[in-house]
Write a protein that binds this ligand. Sequence first.
Ligand SMILES: NC(=O)c1ccc[n+]([C@@H]2O[C@H](COP(=O)([O-])OP(=O)(O)OC[C@H]3O[C@@H](n4cnc5c(N)ncnc54)[C@H](O)[C@@H]3O)[C@@H](O)[C@H]2O)c1
Length: 247
Amino acid sequence: MRLQGKVAIVTGGALGIGEAYSLGMAKEGASVVVADLDDKAGVAAGINASGGKALFVKTDISRKAEAERLVAETVKKFGRLDILVNNAGILFTAPVLETTEEMWDKLLAVNVKGLFFCAAAAAREMIKGQSGKIINISSIAAVGGQAGLCAYSSTKGAVLPLTRVFALELAQHNIQVNAILPGTTDTGMAKAAMADPNWTRQITAGIPMKRLGRTKDLLGAVLYFASEDSDYCTGQTLIVDGGFSMV
Ligand SMILES: NC(=O)c1ccc[n+]([C@@H]2O[C@H](COP(=O)([O-])OP(=O)(O)OC[C@H]3O[C@@H](n4cnc5c(N)ncnc54)[C@H](O)[C@@H]3O)[C@@H](O)[C@H]2O)c1
């Protein structure tokens, strides 16, 4: 098991891609803290019931105090923090001229500031042990231009320099900070758009592998960045999108 004895936080870990990260990391031996607005599907309870170790911490990452409490509760329960998967995110789609100030404020609060609050709180704890892994979840929307995604793409773009600066400043503490850029993946977030069969057909046609991503497609990348396999890799980005962004 690649993460035996490690303690990991997965923000947005109760649903979608985050749920796959929570379950997959628990399978690899990590104690997993599922941080989310709620845990309706009972991901943490499911991990405990199947012999793993997990804790649900109700967290709104856009609130700095809640991000700090998340780390404190993790350390209280499991004694340390080794891995943060900074996955929670929200999406609004709108043409540029219909993108509102409220959309911007909400997207920035969760996708940029919330991600920063969690990374900073985790880094403070990891520095004490002089080791750690921070994995920020961006999107292929950060590197291409997709209609309707002006504000969302901008917030996901912001994750890239944020990752590099954290990586640079934390390298001296043996903390690696990397980012994953998923392609369109079959989750609740993509559901609204996927309800339109034309949209799904159009997107799928542009993917060399001719299918949308599944949540399990993203697990390998997170396990690489969470494990000692990536100990000499920092400030990097890995695109997992069936080849969509290469053409
Ligand atoms: N699904 C895709 O096609 C896709 C593509 C590229 C990148 N991503 C990114 O991957 C990540 C996960 O996406 P997903 O598709 O699983 O989304 P999802 O909507 O299925 O799940 C997101 C989870 O984050 C939680 N969350 C939202 N706001 C939160 C907050 N303020 N505090 C704590 N938790 C919060 C939600 O409750 C939910 O459980 C996001 O950062 C998203 O931007 C998704």
